[in-house]
Ligand binder design. Structure first.
Ligand code: BES
Ligand code: MN
Ligand code: ZN
Length: 483
């Protein structure tokens, strides 16, 4: 999608649809007032009204989008309305969308552009037979701004963000025969062009480090497990303590020997959504040259049944030295994170660690499909995450780490077992990870509920991979840990 910022009244090229964002109750004149009177459009948040050949308007088509009450409009509302305008005309056959906002400030014009960028995301590389008339026709958005240069400057970091979210969505959408651990690692290696340093460890190197927990998960797969380490040194002091992010990257989760049922198993291609989000975060930090030192660690594996696969009953030794009895091979994400997190704090001594993982079905039971779960041993970090999640519209809900549940993962024959039973399944999964946190401020985001939306009611997040986490972490870093 091409983005331009133009002055009010700039000549319209043919094939332009006009999108006008209006407050609730605003008075429209002439033919538009008539069109509105013949509909239930009031300007309430989320409403749209498509008007063909509107009299007194240059464009052949106009879509009105409601913003809700003027006093309640915020930047997220502008993003959503801009994305809704795009959505209303995307397959109209017209090629340009001109957007008019009630407030043409650089800041809001830039946020409207972000809304169009995110809302127009589409993963269609494997569709070879889609008829042209079904494909989106809008290829350019012109956003009316009081000062085009200022708007363009305000858009620069948001364009970096949109690029990064698209990168994450692409990774998460890719089929598992295409995106296996080595291919994932290759795609993040390519981010070196943005100025990141990327290191990739293979199985032999992880074996030397003693990562028996992570390696056990990939043991049944013909695809080699990988650990990708992404480094961004953007702070003035390159030696300053980094912030760190760790992602679960299970490129396909069949469950292993504890095989999942067939229904919806294809969804488990997106069990690398945590690693995808961390990769996207590193993409945006580099893309906007963030003044921070940041580390991203991706534990990349495939969980498959096989003659050589890990068995229920096996005991593995993690890099921390702690032993784990495998009760259920489908509780594999925590096993990957155990070693990735230990490695992270051991090598980089970070200011804090945040891990992201599509870890449990239980978080969906607890919080539904809109909220991710946040577990943390540190009040400040948790508060910073929740605040950023609110600003960016990536909802996050604090969950408890009750000490009395810790015994649920005690094992009869090893230091711990990898499942704590069905009750509080997301909590005991988090408490398993906590056993590998060695005195570092830490947060765990269980994003099984939010990494993928089908259907989606968020205009900036089309059906499919959401890229959840990139925006909120980028915001938190920008507001709390830069400079
Ligand atoms: N990747 C799944 C979690 C998941 C389930 C994500 C559904 C998204 C949708 C994870 O590896 C898993 O299988 N967890 C098990 C844990 C259980 C065996 C203790 C689960 O949630 O059922
Ligand atoms: Mn699993
Ligand atoms: Zn999994």
């Amino acid at each position: 999608m091409d983005i331009e910022f133009v002055a009010a009244g700039a000549a319209l090229s043919p094939k332009t649809a006009l999108g006008r964002l209006v407050h609730e109750g605003v008075a429209l004149d002439g033919a538009l007032a008539q069109a509105v009177a013949a509909s239930r459009f009031t300007g309430a948040k989320g409403q749209t009204l498509d008007v063909l050949a509107p009299a007194g308007v240059d464009a052949a088509r106009l879509v009105l989008v409601g913003l809700g009450k003027a006093e309640a409009v915020d930047a997220l509302g502008i993003e959503h309305a801009a994305a809704a305008a795009y959505s209303a005309v995307k397959a109209s056959g017209l090629t340009t969308l001109r957007l008019e906002l009630p407030d043409a400030s650089a800041e809001l014009a830039a946020r409207a552009a972000l809304g169009v960028r995110l809302g127009s995301y589409r993963f269609d590389k494997y569709r070879t037979k889609e008829p042209a008339e079904k494909k989106p026709s809008i290829v350019k958005a012109e956003i009316v701004a009081a000062g085009a240069d200022a708007a363009f400057a305000a858009f620069a970091p948001l364009a970096a963000l949109a690029d990064a979210v698209s990168f994450t969505r692409d990774l998460v959408s890719e089929p598992p025969n295409v995106l296996y651990p080595a291919e994932f690692a290759a795609r993040v290696k390519a981010l070196e062009s943005l100025g990141l340093e990327v290191e990739v460890l293979g199985e032999a190197e992880m074996m030397k480090l003693g990562m028996g927990s992570l390696l056990g998960v990939g043991q049944g797969s013909v695809r080699d497990s990988q650990l990708a380490i992404l480094k961004w040194y953007g702070a003035d002091d390159k030696k300053a303590q980094p912030v760190a992010f760790v992602g679960k990257g299970v490129c396909f989760d069949s469950g292993g020997i504890s095989l999942k049922p067939a229904e919806n198993m294809e969804d488990m291609k997106w069990d690398m959504g945590g690693a995808g989000a961390v990769a996207g975060l590193m993409h945006v930090l580099a893309g906007r040259k963030a003044k921070v030192n940041a580390i991203g660690i991706l534990g990349l594996v495939e969980n498959m049944p096989d003659g050589n696969a890990q068995r229920p009953g096996d005991v593995v030794t993690s890099m921390s030295g702690q032993t784990i009895e495998i009760i259920n091979t489908d509780a594999e994400g925590r096993l990957v994170l155990a070693d990735a997190i230990w490695y992270c704090q051991d090598r980089f001594k970070p200011k804090f660690m945040v891990d992201l993982a599509t870890l449990t079905g239980a978080i969906i039971v607890a919080l539904g499909n809109d909220l991710a779960g946040c577990y943390s041993n540190n009040e400040e970090l948790a508060a910073n995450l929740i605040a950023a999640s609110n600003t960016e519209g990536e909802p996050l809900w604090r969950m408890p780490l009750p000490a009395q549940y810790d015994k649920n993962i005690d094992s009869m024959i090893a230091d711990m077992k990898n499942t704590g039973g069905r009750p509080g399944g997301s909590i005991t999964a988090a408490m398993f990870i906590q056993r590998f946190v060695n005195g570092v401020p830490w947060a765990h985001l269980d994003i099984a509920s939010t990494a993928w939306k089908k259907p989606s009611s968020i205009p900036t997040s089309p059906e499919g991979a959401t890229g959840y986490g990139v925006r909120l972490l980028n915001r938190m870093v920008a507001e709390k840990y830069e400079g």
